[in-house]
Design a protein around this ligand. Structure first.
Ligand SMILES: C[S@@+](CC[C@H](N)C(=O)[O-])C[C@H]1O[C@@H](n2cnc3c(N)ncnc32)[C@H](O)[C@@H]1O
Length: 180
């Protein structure tokens, strides 16, 4: 599971999940976190408008009902992803998980807006990095390339990358070292 890979053995984690739908993923993450040694702040962000692929009738109410037993562990923010991002300072999150709208432009916007909110050595990650969602794959590939980040595949469809300041060493550097 993605979170297990990213969980430290102690400390306090701040996590944002973009795209909550009915709260299934949220519930799984919270259970995993409660069974771990860390403390956490969890922000579940969704405009609860759904999409063509996801039913949207009474989505917010249904989600709140589903999450009732763990509502004291989750901060549910009913707002657009790009509005929500303005609420947090840069470097605030240990993990940002992108699973909102799946078209190319939306994923591009989400990764670009949320990446600055991830702390150094934290993770940005998401779902549906699969052939069936070409917009997700394209936006994620472009984003990783632009920031020289290494793709971590988790399971069959999740992607993640660790934010690091280290830039890949250019070939020209090695040429100079070898010839000096
Ligand atoms: C794929 S579902 C999320 C699934 C969920 N993470 C899970 O594991 O069950 C996508 C969700 O993103 C939400 N969404 C789509 N565009 C959004 C936007 N611009 N801002 C916030 N939420 C958005 C939809 O309302 C929908 O609930």
């Amino acid at each position: 599971m993605l979170l297990r890979r990213m969980l430290p053995q102690s400390g306090h984690l701040r996590i944002a999940e973009i795209g909550v739908y009915c709260g299934r993923g949220t519930a799984m993450w919270i259970v995993e976190l409660l069974n771990s040694p860390v403390t956490f702040d969890y922000f579940a962000i969704d405009n609860f408008k759904g999409s063509a692929d996801y039913e949207s009738e009474n989505l917010y109410e249904k989600t709140i009902q589903n999450l009732t037993p763990i509502l004291n562990k989750v901060n549910v923010l009913k707002m657009d992803s790009i509005e929500a991002v303005k609420r947090f300072p840069d470097g605030y999150f240990d993990v940002v998980y992108i699973d909102g709208a799946h078209d190319y432009e939306s994923v591009k916007k989400d990764v670009n807006h949320w990446f600055p909110k991830v702390r150094e050595d934290g993770y940005i990650a998401g779902d549906d990095y699969v052939k069936g969602w070409p917009g997700v794959v394209r936006a994620v590939d472009e984003f990783l390339k632009r920031h020289s980040l290494t793709l971590i595949r988790v399971g069959k469809q999740q992607w993640a990358a660790q934010k690091t300041n280290e830039k890949p060493v250019k070939i020209g550097f090695w040429k100079r070292v070898m010839s000096s």
